[in-house]
Design a protein around this ligand. Structure first.
Ligand code: AMP
Length: 508
C-alpha cells in the first residue's frame, strides 16, 4: 500500500471524488437522526420562543424544521425544508398562535419524500390533535411497523417517529399519558420526545437516556429542550434533565413526573461530548466545552508531539486543541480558517479545482504555517475524507510536519441510537490499523485518545452510565442485523449532496 492510498478500496474513490452538484432523491429515509427538539408550555409568545430554541439547536439538524402550536382549541403547524431562519418569518410565527408550542430540527436525506418526514408530525386521532417531535432511533421500528401494517395501519411517512403515533392511536388507555406509556412500552431504542395536544405538553426520554433532554423554566412557562444552549437564548433557567425513563406531563394542573418503566442503568451518549452537542451546553450536568478541553489535555499527556504549534480542525477540534495547547505548553494557533457559509451545493467551474469540496470549507493561513511542525487536533475520524484533504493543504501552505491527534478513541462502529454514522465497513478505523490510517490521511504521525482519556472528565475513571457503542461495538440495546445496510444507504445519499466530502461537509 502506498502512502495515502487504501489500494483497491472504495475509500480511495470517495476521497478523490470530483466535485459535482448532485441532488439525488434519497431512496431510503426511514431513519431520522441528529435532531433537536424544543417545547414551550404556558407563554404568550410560545411559537416565537420555539423558533429561537430551534435556532440555537440548528447544529442538531439542518435540513428541515417545523413548529406546531396550540391555541387551546386546535393545533397549528408550519414545517419546511431548510434552515430555521429560512423557513419562518414574522407572519408565520404570528399565525402559530397560542401559549404552547413544540418544534423540531432534523437532518435528513433530501428528495420529494422528505417534507412528509418533517417534524413535528401532526395528526388528528380519536382523542383530538396530537403533534410529536422525536430525537433518536427506534431499533425495532421495522418489526413493529410490519405488524401494524398487517392490521391495516397506513403510514404517511417513512420515519420511525410515526410508529409512536400509531402505537398511541391504537392504545387502549383513556388518556394520553397512559396511551404514551402503552406505546413506549413496545418500542426499543432511543427517544427524546416532546408531544403536544390542544391542552397538554409531554416530554419523554427512553430508559437508557441515549439522547439528551432538559427541562427549563421561564417565569411561569415550562420549557423542554435537547440542549441547554437553547434555554440560554430565550433566557430560560435550567431546571434539570428529563431523567432516563421519565415522562413529564405539563398541563393546567401543573407538572407531574411519571416513571412507568423498570429502572435501567442509564447509557447516555458519550459522542455528544466528543462532537455533537454545542460546546456552550450543559450536558448530563457538565459543560461540553470544559469536557472537550479536558479530553484535549489528556490527549497531550498521552500523545505528545515534537511540534511548534497546535492547530484545530475548526470548529470540531477547537476546545480539545485549546486543552492540548495548555497542557503541552505549545502555542494554540487558528492555522485553518473555516467558512461558516457553506451551503448544500456549489456550482463548480468547468475546469475542476483540486480539492474544491474541502477548500470551500477550510483554508490554511499560509504565513502562519510556513516552516512549522503542526499538531493538528480533530475530534474524530469517520471516513478520513476531511483529513486526507486538509493535511496536504497544510503542507502546501508550508507546514513542515503534521502530527494528527484525535480527541477520542477510533470510531469503529455505527450508531443506531440517533447519530448518523456510516455502515461499519465504511468507518476507516473498523478495518484499518492506526498506521494504515496515518498513511491514508498522509500525516507524519497519528494517535488517538485512550479510553481513560475519553472519560477523564469523570475524575473517577468509571465509564459506567455512558453509551460508547460507536467506539466499542458494545450496544446496550440489541440492533437487528438488517439495520446495517440501511445506515449505509443513508450515508451514501448524503455523500452525493456533498461531493464525497464526508459527513462533516454536511454541517455548514
Ligand atoms: P471524515 O472526514 O469522514 O473522517 O469525517 C470526520 C469529520 O466528521 C470530523 O470533522 C468530525 O467532527 C465529523 N463527524 C464525526 N461524526 C459525525 C457525525 N455523526 N455527523 C457529522 N459529522 C461528524
Amino acid at each position: 500500500m502506498s502512502d495515502g492510498q487504501l489500494a483497491g478500496d472504495k475509500w480511495d474513490m470517495a476521497a478523490d471524488a470530483d466535485l459535482s452538484v448532485v441532488i439525488e432523491e434519497a431512496k431510503l429515509d426511514n431513519f431520522h437522526e441528529e435532531c433537536g427538539v424544543f417545547g414551550v408550555y404556558g407563554h404568550p409568545e410560545a411559537a416565537n420562543l420555539v423558533y429561537l430554541g430551534l435556532y440555537a439547536l440548528q447544529h442538531r439538524g439542518q435540513e428541515s424544521a417545523g413548529i406546531v402550536s396550540s391555541n387551546g382549541k386546535v393545533l397549528i403547524s408550519h414545517r419546511g425544508m431548510g434552515l430555521v431562519a429560512d423557513i419562518f418569518n414574522t407572519k408565520v410565527i404570528e399565525q402559530l398562535e397560542g401559549t404552547s408550542a413544540i418544534g423540531h430540527n432534523r437532518y435528513s436525506t433530501t428528495g420529494s419524500t422528505t417534507l412528509k418526514n418533517c417534524q413535528p408530525l401532526v395528526v388528528e386521532y380519536a382523542k383530538g390533535g396530537l403533534a410529536l417531535a422525536h430525537n433518536g432511533n427506534l431499533v425495532n421500528f421495522s418489526e413493529l411497523r410490519e405488524q401494524l401494517e398487517k392490521n391495516g395501519a397506513i403510514f404517511q411517512s417513512s420515519s420511525d417517529s410515526e410508529l409512536i403515533i400509531h402505537l398511541i392511536a391504537s392504545a387502549q388507555a383513556p388518556d394520553l399519558p397512559d396511551r404514551l406509556i402503552e406505546a413506549l412500552g413496545q418500542v426499543r431504542g432511543a427517544y427524546s420526545l416532546v408531544l403536544l395536544t390542544e391542552r397538554q405538553m409531554i416530554a419523554a426520554r427512553d430508559p437508557w437516556g441515549f439522547r439528551p433532554l432538559v427541562l427549563g423554566k421561564l417565569n411561569d412557562a415550562t420549557i423542554v429542550a435537547s440542549e441547554t444552549c437553547a434555554l440560554d437564548l430565550v433566557r430560560a433557567e435550567y431546571v434539570r434533565e428529563v431523567e432516563p425513563g421519565e415522562i413529564v406531563v405539563i398541563d393546567e394542573e401543573g407538572i407531574r413526573s411519571l416513571r412507568p418503566f423498570a429502572a435501567m442503568a442509564p447509557r447516555r451518549c458519550v459522542f455528544e461530548y466528543v462532537y455533537f452537542a454545542r460546546p456552550d451546553s450543559l450536558l448530563y450536568g457538565r459543560n461540553v466545552y470544559q469536557v472537550r478541553k479536558l479530553q484535549g489535555r489528556a490527549l497531550a499527556r498521552e500523545c505528545p508531539a515534537e511540534a511548534d504549534i497546535v492547530v484545530p480542525v475548526p470548529d470540531s477540534g477547537n476546545a480539545a486543541a485549546l486543552g492540548y495547547a495548555e497542557e503541552s505548553g505549545l502555542p494554540f494557533e487558528m492555522g485553518l480558517v473555516r467558512s461558516h457559509y457553506v451551503g448544500r451545493t456549489f456550482i463548480e467551474p468547468r475546469q475542476s479545482i483540486r480539492h474544491f469540496g474541502v477548500k470551500i470549507k477550510f483554508n490554511p493561513v499560509v504565513g502562519l504555517l510556513r516552516g512549522k511542525r503542526v499538531v493538528l487536533i480533530e475530534d474524530s475520524i469517520v471516513r478520513g475524507t476531511t483529513l486526507r484533504k486538509v493535511i496536504p493543504m497544510l503542507r502546501q501552505a508550508g507546514a513542515r510536519e503534521v502530527h494528527m491527534r484525535i480527541a477520542a478513541p477510533p470510531t469503529t462502529n455505527s450508531c443506531f441510537y440517533g447519530i448518523d454514522t456510516p455502515n461499519r465497513d465504511e468507518l476507516l478505523a473498523s478495518r484499518h490499523s492506526i498506521e494504515e490510517i496515518r498513511k491514508y490521511i498522509t500525516a507524519d504521525s497519528l494517535a488517538y485518545l485512550s479510553w481513560d482519556g475519553l472519560y477523564s472528565f469523570l475524575g473517577n475513571g468509571s465509564r459506567e452510565g455512558y453509551c460508547d457503542a460507536c467506539f466499542t461495538g458494545n450496544y446496550p440495546v440489541e440492533v437487528p442485523r438488517d439495520r446495517e445496510p440501511h445506515q449505509l444507504h443513508l450515508f451514501e445519499a448524503a455523500d452525493h449532496h456533498f461531493n464525497g466530502g464526508g459527513r462533516a461537509d454536511r454541517l455548514a
